[in-house]
Write a protein that binds this ligand. Sequence first.
Ligand SMILES: *[C@@H]1O[C@H](CO)[C@@H](O)[C@H](O)[C@H]1NC(C)=O
Length: 511
Amino acid sequence: MAGRARARRFVLAGALMIAWLLCLLPRATAAAVRRSDFPPSFLFGTATSSYQIEGAYLEGNKSLSNWDVFSHVPGRIEDGSTGDVADDHYHRYEDDIELMHSLGTNAYRFSISWARILPRGRFGEVNPAGIAFYNRLIDSLLLKGIEPFVTLSHYDIPQELEDRYGAWLGGAEARRDFGHLADVCFAAFGDRVRHWATFNEPNVAVTRGYMLGTYPPGRCSRSCARGNSDAEPYVAAHNVVLAHAAAVQIYKTKYQSKQKGLIGIVMSTVWFVPLTDAPADRLATERALAFDVPWFLDPIIYGDYPPEMRRLLGSRLPTFSPEERRTLGYGLDFIGINHYTTLYARDCMISPGYCPSGQEFHQSLAAYTGERDGIPIGPPTAMPTFYVVPDGIEKMVTYIMNRYSNLPMFITENGYAQGGDGYTTRAEDWLDDQGRIQYLEGYLAKLAKVISDGADVRGYFIWYLIDNFEWLYGYTLRFGLHYVDYQTQERKPKSLALWYKRFLQSSLEAQ
Ligand SMILES: *[C@@H]1O[C@H](CO)[C@@H](O)[C@H](O)[C@H]1NC(C)=O
């Protein structure tokens, strides 16, 4: 009797305990990640780029950039739109800084429009109106305690440089022009800017511009009017690597000791996992990884292209002269990591023909896919090939940390697009974006973990402050923390903005 009563009490206590744990569970998940899981000096910001936000494409003596020209070609942009007006940020930058301030961010990543600063490259004068705009922007940010994190070229280049010498195919000419842009920017803004990125995602710009032909200058072998997909991407990449080196050399020899900033480069990163356990798929995965980030970072940091690429491409990869190698010796101070997704990789070297057309990743003889046996690798987002796979950020940072001896890193982009076919047109629906909150929580929790495991990651930027011109997708995808009504240019915070704000405040509550 007594025994049974005790057993009943025990069961009751157990049930209560489980109920109590179940009550705690949602709260425990909600607090899966807090501001205080990151170092106090950590930068938390939002990211944008000039062409996607500024508009005012013919104002203040700016010239046309490659993207101005490209987006005006009918059929290039999904909704036939351009960045002519975009978010009109050129005139509304103070309101936008107010949005950043209301979020509680302490940093802002943006890019300089090259065609605003040097409308004719080094064949013309520095444009005072362009310098004045970025001075106003930088000063207004600093007044609000927001650190400027500046990219020199985010896919854009004055069209005149494309017309004169073919932009990144232009060898020493292109490198000299980029060095000149860098020099002008360090001199004008370097007293207030402590983080400089030379290029944004040159791996994407070069692949789409010269291999697939989908970004300017739209060159490729198969379906483009001009180009050579087997050779030009490697020449363009070579010039970008050397242009980066030229800018770093200028910064390190002329400015860094006085200005005390850091200079790096921003890479697009995709984490790959083998589609099957077959050794061929595992090798294909390693190739896909090497043909992406190390394509640029190995030469910049170690002085030559990755062995995985050299083995497959042979003499299609250019070589560095001893002189160029010396310039590369200036290396970089940090690696910017744009990370969104993980994909499967499968071999198409041993089993040729296994790569469906258009699915080979770069020229690595590895095909990518987001699905295994019809099941997506993670919840899909509106951006095709972008899936929610939080583990990927931990794996990607670990890969870069190991390959480059834990150089300082920043997550310079991470985010989730709404939109696509058949998506709502009601503003209210865009504002309620719970799925994106789960994305951010998941990725930030994994980022906190890899930092506690020793990765030297120093900041995190959400792509994007406000809805914006999203390259080939025009205005059909919306990455913004804030919704933009493009008729009125009104901005409204989405749930994700409120979540980010609360997350950033959680440190104050915890301390
Ligand atoms: C544009 O350039 C012209 C000619 O140099 C100059 O007179 C004018 O003031 C400039 N406009 C702006 C907005 O700076």
